[in-house]
Design a protein around this ligand. Structure first.
Ligand SMILES: [Cu+2]
Length: 280
């Protein structure tokens, strides 16, 4: 009897060992991107100080009262987060020593959004250039954090698979195929010469992208925000690409780019990067 119990126990332990070995093995050949979560609250970011290099899924949880995004900027050696915020206070067009590496664009208040970006090792500034209620970008109210991207030893995080592609040009958006309802991963390519972003929102019935823009004016009443922020990818450099996953339902959507034009500083949506899109 004792012997039989021992055998059952041995077999059980062998099974546990086999299963854990299998789990270890699948851990070595990671297929998903790395993940890192940051939280935005009134005038602060919290999250990890270091992230491994490679394809990384960044999640932004909005626990603050306004709209926030994550904009990763890779800093040239010797430059600091303080140098960048000082430069942006002089000119909203980023200095050439800071390169845009994207991040999740604003989720709705109380919600979260994700974006998958490719990060090279180096020192980054995580900033939020979304304006606060008074029109001053959050980066000037303390939403700037140093993040170090460390060399990735195993290099196994792979790129996501896209269900649809949106191309960004100077100055419009084009789609590889009609977007459909349902959960999907969208690849966003910057095929323009300037840095671009994609912000996606679902409009209230009968409303237009102009109504959305009007609702962002400092004097607009809070109830003017009758649309839903659905994220997207913040600014990436010419030639770069990024991904985001979103669950779309039938309705009218707005696609917008707020990046400043290199010479005039005017937001790109004023130059054509604002588009409505209907999903049947
Ligand atoms: Cu743009």
């Amino acid at each position: 009897m004792l012997r039989r119990r021992f055998n059952v126990y041995t077999m059980f332990m062998a099974l546990v060992l086999l299963l854990s070995l299998a789990a270890c093995q699948s851990g070595d050949v990671t297929v998903a991107p790395h993940e890192a979560t940051f939280t935005a609250r009134a005038n602060s970011f919290s999250g990890p100080d270091t992230i491994p290099a490679g394809w990384t899924q960044l999640r932004l949880a909005n626990e603050g009262p306004e709209f926030y995004h994550m904009q990763l900027m890779r800093l040239e050696e010797g430059k600091t987060v303080a140098d960048l915020t000082a430069a942006l206070a002089q000119n909203p067009v980023a200095p050439t020593w800071a390169k845009h590496y994207g991040g999740p664009n604003p989720p709705h208040v109380g919600e979260s959004s994700t974006a998958v970006v490719y990060l090279e090792p180096g020192d980054y500034a995580l900033i939020d250039t979304v304006p606060s209620k008074d029109g001053t970008p959050h980066v000037h109210y303390g939403m700037a954090k140093a993040v170090r991207v460390t060399p990735n030893g195993n290099g196994t995080a792979v790129e996501p698979k896209a269900d649809a592609v949106i191309d960004m040009y100077d100055f419009n958006f084009t789609m590889s195929q009609p977007l459909v309802a349902g959960k999907q991963t969208i690849r966003v390519n910057n095929r323009g010469e300037q840095p671009h972003e994609l912000f996606l929102a679902r409009l209230a019935p009968g409303k237009t992208v102009n109504d959305l823009l009007a609702s962002l004016a400092p004097d607009a009443p809070p109830e003017a925000i009758d649309w839903r922020a659905l994220g997207g990818v913040s600014v990436i450099e010419s030639g770069a690409h990024s991904y985001f996953t979103v669950d779309l339902e039938p309705g009218t959507y707005a696609l917008l780019c707020f990046a400043p034009e290199h010479h005039s500083g005017a937001p790109h949506f004023m130059m054509g990067m604002m588009q409505e899109y209907v999903i049947e």
